[in-house]
Design a protein around this ligand. Structure first.
Ligand code: NAI
Length: 328
């Protein structure tokens, strides 16, 4: 018999929701042996639109999709959920004060963390996409103290995929030959896409791409600012690629990682690489025997150390800000 799981998705009627739900339901996230029940959360006013999305899901006749729940109630959405994918949030808008942004999301993610603790399955994994995703995950984790902190994740998979694509284009190689492309730190413009420790066909990137100025300059800038470039070109923020990254990210968490490889994931530090315990930081990770572990021992040169410190300081600042607002 196939395994069956419940997947809750918040902000399900939004752009990313419209791209991710079909891929979850088709089996691309959890594999062909896992049946899924979707439990979709939206704001009251978006429930009619969500109904339309659910009609389309039905019309796909996905063999693995066994049930769809539509709700604006947190505990209904998270009831017995094995996966909670937090897409809905309030990203920063033009002219919005940082403290206002943190307060709004603080409210959302405190309530969601509490509801996860109260209603979700005992093996729940929480994967935060909605921005600022590291700090939103931090808030949810702190609001759900009854759940082990190693069940909370935030997404840097899109940054990792973007970085792989840029390296492959520059080197003129297939994108699948780029491995271990770690994003360190925050999913923000301070992230460090660590080309020094990434591999192309098993060799250091810097052996293949000798234009170090490009790597240190335009490459990092392109990855850091890709989101803004998409908005400029499309008039809307990246959605299909973000949904694809969430599928990849959760796939990585729940499937064994091939030998010698790592993936990028934001999760609570236990002090690795000098990152404060409990900070949600993007690290190189592997899934082994069903366990997710941070890979230690990767070295940074002076350039890397500087970039690392920048993104770590930013995340410390975000944590201190939510702390001073009493959110954690
Ligand atoms: P969107 O605005 O199209 O959809 C968001 C949906 O969430 C809306 O339908 C809204 O009604 C719903 N929503 C808002 N607050 C909610 C709440 N408290 N409970 C339930 N639903 C709620 O936005 P889109 O494009 O789907 O993006 C979603 C989030 O993902 C944004 O915060 C965006 O910044 C973030 N993002 C993160 C990326 C990453 O790499 N981590 C990449 C791309 C986007």
């Amino acid at each position: 018999a196939k395994r069956r799981v419940k997947v809750a998705v918040t902000g399900a009627a939004g752009q990313i929701g419209y791209a991710i739900l079909f891929r979850i339901a088709s089996g691309q996230m959890l594999g062909p042996e896992t049946e899924v029940e979707l439990q979709l959360l939206e704001l009251e006013q978006a429930l009619p639109a969500l109904k339309g999305v659910a009609m389309e899901l039905e019309d796909c006749a996905f063999p693995l999709l066994k049930n769809i729940v539509l709700t604006s109630d947190l505990n209904t959405a998270f009831k017995d959920a094995n996966y909670v994918v937090c897409v809905g949030s309030v990203p920063r808008k033009e002219g919005m004060e940082r403290s206002d942004l943190l307060k709004i999301n603080g409210g959302i993610f405190t309530a969601q963390g509490k509801a996860v603790e109260k209603s979700a399955a005992s093996d729940v994994k929480v994967f935060v996409v909605g921005n600022p995703c590291n700090t939103n995950a931090l808030i949810a984790m702190n609001a759900a103290k009854g759940i082990p902190s190693d069940r909370f994740f935030a997404m840097t998979t899109l940054d990792e995929n973007r970085a792989k694509a840029q390296l492959a284009l520059k080197a003129g190689v297939d994108v699948s030959s780029v491995k271990n492309m770690t994003i360190w730190g925050n999913h923000s413009a301070t992230q460090y896409p660590d080309f020094y420790n990434a591999l192309i066909n098993g060799k250091p990137v810097t052996d293949i791409i000798t234009d170090t100025e490009w790597l240190k300059g335009d490459f990092i800038k392109t990855v850091q600012q890709r989101g803004a470039a998409i908005i400029k070109a499309r008039g809307l923020s990246s959605a299909a690629s973000a949904a694809n990254a969430a599928i990849d990210g959760i796939y990585n968490l729940v499937h064994e990682t091939p030998a010698g490889q790592t993936y990028s994931m934001c999760l609570a530090s236990n002090g690795e690489y000098g990152v404060d315990k409990g900070l949600i930081f993007s690290f190189p990770c592997r899934t082994e025997g069903g366990k997710i572990k941070i890979i230690e021992g990767i070295k940074h040169n002076e350039f890397g150390q500087e970039k690392f410190k920048l993104t770590l300081d930013e995340l410390r600042g975000e944590r201190d800000a939510v702390k001073s607002l009493g959110l954690i």
